[in-house]
Design a protein around this ligand. Structure first.
Ligand code: ADP
Ligand code: MG
Ligand code: MG
Length: 966
């Protein structure tokens, strides 16, 4: 890893060319996440930095300037993104105004000591300030020709707009005159001073921004002036006087004139902005944790507000929304940094620079190509032009849309940034060093790099519809009803309904519906499937609603606590607003926001580069990727997403599909003699067979793993009296019998109860019916000349003898069907490994099993002794960084590699160690099969395949390739 929190560097780190520049920095975006300092580590780092025993003071300030720098691009964690970028740009020879960085560790220490500067910091800052003054040959705030600086925040992860910056520090009543004289430009000097007073007053002292803005506004208005730039020097001087008077009125003291005091105050303000409410909220919402503080950068000012040969801009080395290889950005002439972002004037397009200041434009193009060649990533840049000379003020890996992420990765791996002619031109002009002229005419990354660069989030976001970005902010704010937990991203809008049955009815009539429930249960899946989005009042990211919806890639918000549902009156109230059944709402599942009304959605089209990356990934991976699919529709969808087979078909889901099927199933359950049960099963058989035929056809010869019935029977029957009465009437048995049977089936902990293969031990006729349906379907499609490869999977086994019995029974039924049909079909019979006992005794289990499939949902529950259905109440605390932080991730989302993973490793070794089982086919079919880190772990364990819901297949394909690349 690039730098350890436990060892605060005391001297500049040697630059190792290979490691620092190209590999670590090149992948800034991802690495930043990988090296986040854990709070615990940070604590020990800080305690060391106090240097209690030796009394030695840690180095807390790092300089850069004149092509030299004490830090570099690898030191993001202590110098922040901005500081390390400025150092790195200096080192590769770009024009960066000199300066120094106060480390994030100093900031952490500042907070530990009750907002006091840590010992030694003042001396170090003074020392580096002197050094900076020497470099610039000017003194901070000097009366004649003053050095001015900016004081800029910058944490290891970018937090746009969250933290503070102060420009033109060092100006006071004398130095402003000096600056006016030495530049011969009083307008510029007074403009700079009024900016400084404005920023200092609001950022450091906390005075109202608006009041000062208004003063500026009123002045412009009274003079009939539109642009700040047209204000004459004299007026700006008056404005400064006004500002200072306001300062005095509000604070009782004069505006600080001593540059050192100004600097001290500004540094405190930047430190202070780290814990400002908005910064805290931003970090919480963006799930940024593990950062210890912000760095502070003190940098010589360059002036974009010196006239029409000056300006400032923000740009991207490629178009961040499409990824097109085109220099893209905004430019303001005669302006200082903040103006572009603040939107004070409408900026012009960056390309305008080529007419306005052709030389600066060429220089900037050279910088663009050098930075891409160096960082091997699309960069987001800030620059200022002072009287025709270009200065770089910031670079970082640029944020981009998912589509752009794919295009950039593919183009960086296949095409050069510049044509040979473009490079030659810049070389001749001496803007581009020779070394770079070569680099920029070749692709800067490999295909493997491109594969590594795409994240699972990039893929996910590519597929989900989103609220039309053209929708205005104010419209959104007005429509916002409530927020909940963003369980499944994407957006959906539709009419609200409150029961699964109504969801199905409405949907059947062609309505788009949002199913709103307190929570959902397996009985609701029909309605959930019919809905375009799901909203629940309770539950977390692993609740039934969330897990099921995720499987379908269906927009879902859970845990929306302010939601009150009145099922009787078919209405809900949120924050005092009532909505009746049939009213429209729009869900933003990515943000977890519920809006009133029907907002326009757009479905992003898949960019061609997506297919390219996936093709590269498929060529690279060694593990197969299958999909979990319960219907022919899911199966076809999985294939479209690139699945190579089915790893899990949950046969019981077929029983929920229609009223007729549910009824047959319930009749089977209520039956209390084998004969009655068989009669009911006979009704189910044709449905199952039809579904299997559909699935086999869709899979066209690819392997299909079919799991026999799994959930406990009580999940299939109604629990309310009214529903039981209705059921009794419909299947023609006395109500009392239904009630009795349901209470008899009642289990207090269904996850460990009468389910999985235990059902078939008790009711062998269920297994018989299911196997018959599978094999008859296989016979049918074989007759239609379609290849078929069924794998019959027995869930929840715990013992070789138990499994042996069921395997034998399965074979007996299968063979008798095949014999009667006179057709040969190859099929496998295997088991899921989802109980700890099965994992422990995997060598015995393997003797009677033709394959293993890890059911990591149940395995996780049982290894950890926590039920997934109840975990939502306390598991979040286990993951919450601010609370217990026991696990890094929810073990139901990302596999617990340590604990559950150890059992899996054991089971694989034991299973493949059994006689004749060296090549035992092994896969995974839990939720984890579609989660990047878990897929990589499965690769490392030597699994043959992973299986996941259709929408996660591309994520698994990519992760498998990334794992193979290593
Ligand atoms: P943010 O992180 O919000 O972008 P910055 O620290 O980058 O804040 O600064 C805000 C603006 O001020 C930027 O446009 C930047 O380019 C400009 N700026 C910062 N330091 C200087 C400087 N030394 N000279 C000129 N402009 C500067
Ligand atoms: Mg910036
Ligand atoms: Mg299971």
């Amino acid at each position: 890893m690039m730098f350890m929190a436990t060892k605060a560097p005391t001297a500049p780190r040697p630059r190792s060319k290979k490691k620092s520049a190209s590999s670590s920095v090149g992948k800034t975006g991802k690495l930043a996440m990988a090296v986040e300092i854990k709070p615990r580590a940070a604590r020990s780092a800080a305690s060391k930095s106090k240097g209690k025993s030796s009394g030695k003071v840690t180095k807390m300030v790092f300089s850069w300037g004149n092509r030299k720098a004490e830090g570099d691009g690898t030191m993001k964690e202590i110098l922040g993104g901005k500081g390390s970028g400025l150092a790195e740009m200096t080192l590769i020879g770009l024009p960066v105004p000199a300066g120094f960085t106060i480390t994030t560790q100093a900031c952490a220490e500042f907070y530990r000591q009750d907002r006091q500067w840590p010992r030694g910091l003042e001396a170090q800052v003074r020392e580096h300030l002197v050094r900076l003054e020497k470099t610039c040959k000017k003194k901070l705030g000097a009366a004649k020709d003053p050095l001015l600086v900016s004081v800029r925040s910058g944490a290891a992860r970018s937090m746009p707009g969250m933290m503070e910056t102060i420009l033109n520090l060092g100006l006071n009543d004398q130095s402003v005159e000096g600056l006016a004289k030495v530049t011969g430009n009083p307008r510029f000097a007074w403009d700079s001073y009024r900016r400084f007073i404005q920023m200092y007053s609001s950022v450091v002292v906390g005075l109202s921004k608006e009041v000062l803005e208004n003063k500026l506004h009123t002045l412009k208005h009274s003079l009939g002036i539109v642009n700040d730039t047209d204000l004459p020097a004299e007026m700006l001087r008056q404005l400064c006087g006004d500002f200072k008077m306001f300062f005095r009125e509000q604070t009782g003291i004069d505006f600080p004139q001593d540059p050192w005091k100004q600097l001290h105050g500004a540094v405190n303000a930047v430190f202070g902005s780290w814990m400002a409410e908005k910064a805290l909220t931003y970090r919480r919402v963006e799930k940024i944790d593990g950062l210890i503080g912000t760095a502070v950068n003190i940098q010589q000012m360059v002036y974009g507000n010196m006239g029409d040969d000056s300006g400032t801009g923000v740009c991207f080395t490629r178009d961040p929304s499409t990824g097109e290889n085109q220099f893209y950005g905004d430019l303001l002439i005669n302006a200082q940094g903040e103006d572009v972002v603040a939107g004070i004037r409408t900026p012009m397009q960056l390309s305008e620079l080529s007419h306005k200041m052709p030389e600066a434009w060429e220089q900037l193009n050279a910088v663009r190509s050098m930075l891409e060649a160096h960082y091997k990533e699309m960069q987001d840049l800030e620059f200022t032009i002072e009287r025709g000379t270009l200065y770089m003020l910031q670079c970082r890996s640029g944020k981009r849309t998912p589509a752009a992420a794919f295009r950039i990765a593919v183009e960086q791996a296949t095409k050069p940034l510049l044509t040979a002619a473009q490079a030659q031109r810049l070389l001749k002009k001496k803007y581009l060093p020779k070394k770079y002229a070569k680099l920029v005419t070749k692709p800067v990354i490999t295909k493997d790099d491109a594969i590594q660069r795409i994240t699972s989030t990039d893929i996910e976001r590519l597929f989900y519809p989103v609220i039309d970005p053209a929708t205005s902010k104010s419209d959104l704010t007005q429509r916002q009803l409530a927020t909940g937990i963003n369980a499944v991203p994407g957006a959906a809008s539709g009419q609200i309904v409150f029961t699964a049955a109504e969801a199905e009815q409405f949907a059947a009539k062609g309505h788009k519906v949002i199913l709103v429930r307190k929570e959902t249960s397996p009985e609701d899946v029909g309605g959930m499937h019919a809905a375009v989005g799901i909203l629940t009042a309770t539950g977390g990211k692993t609740s039934h609603a969330a897990v099921v919806a995720r499987g379908w890639g269906k927009c879902c918000i859970v845990g929306c606590g302010v939601l009150h549902i009145d099922y009787e009156r078919k209405m809900m109230t949120v924050n005092g607003r009532s909505l009746n059944q049939g009213e429209f709402v729009t869900l933003d599942g990515s943000e977890g926001i519920v809006y009133g009304g029907e907002l326009p959605l757009v479905k992003p089209e898949l960019p061609p580069e997506y297919y390219t990356i996936m093709q590269w990934a498929d060529a690279r991976r060694t593990m197969k990727v299958r999909t979990n699919a319960d219907t022919p529709y899911d199966a076809a969808n999985g294939i479209k997403m690139g699945a190579e087979g089915i790893g899990l078909t949950r046969t019981e889901h077929m029983f929920f599909d229609t009223e007729e099927r549910r009824m047959a199933m319930q009749r089977m359950i209520v039956a209390d003699t084998e004969a009655d049960r068989r009669a009911a099963l006979d009704q189910l058989l044709p449905f199952q067979r039809e579904d299997f035929i559909g699935i086999f056809k869709a899979m066209d010869g690819r392997p299909v793993t079919i799991r026999l019935i799994d959930p406990p029977l009580h999940e299939f029957v109604p629990h309310e009296e009214a529903k039981q009465q209705e059921l009794a009437k419909r299947i023609g048995v006395p109500f009392e019998k239904v009630r009795q049977r349901v209470s008899q089936l009642h289990e207090s902990n269904p996850m460990l109860g009468h389910r999985g293969c235990r059902l078939c031990i008790t009711y062998p006729e269920i297994l018989e019916m299911q196997v018959r349906a599978i094999i008859e379907a296989a016979v049918e499609v074989t007759r239609q000349k379609i290849k078929v490869a069924p794998e019959i999977m027995i869930p929840l086994s715990i013992d070789k003898k138990e499994l042996g019995l069921l395997v034998e029974q399965t074979r007996r039924v299968a063979e008798s069907v095949l014999e009667a049909a006179g057709v040969r079909v190859n099929y496998l019979v295997g088991t899921m490994i989802e109980t700890p006992r099965a994992a422990l005794l995997a060598d015995q289990i393997a003797e009677v099993s033709e394959f293993f499939s890890f059911g990591t949902n149940d395995l996780t529950q049982m290894v950890m002794g926590l039920s997934r259905d109840d975990a939502g109440r306390f598991l979040p605390d286990y993951v919450d960084k601010a609370k217990a932080a026991i696990f890094d991730e929810d073990p139901f989302q990302s596999l617990d590699q340590q604990g559950v993973g150890m059992l899996m490793k054991w089971a694989i070794e034991k299973g493949r160690g059994a006689p004749g089982k060296r090549n035992l086919k092994i896969g995974i079919c839990g939720e984890h099969g579609g989660e990047s880190a878990s897929v990589k772990f499965c690769h490392a364990l030597g699994m043959d395949y992973v299986s996941c819901s259709p929408y996660r297949v591309p994520i698994a394909r990519l992760a498998a390739a990334q794992a193979a690349i290593g």
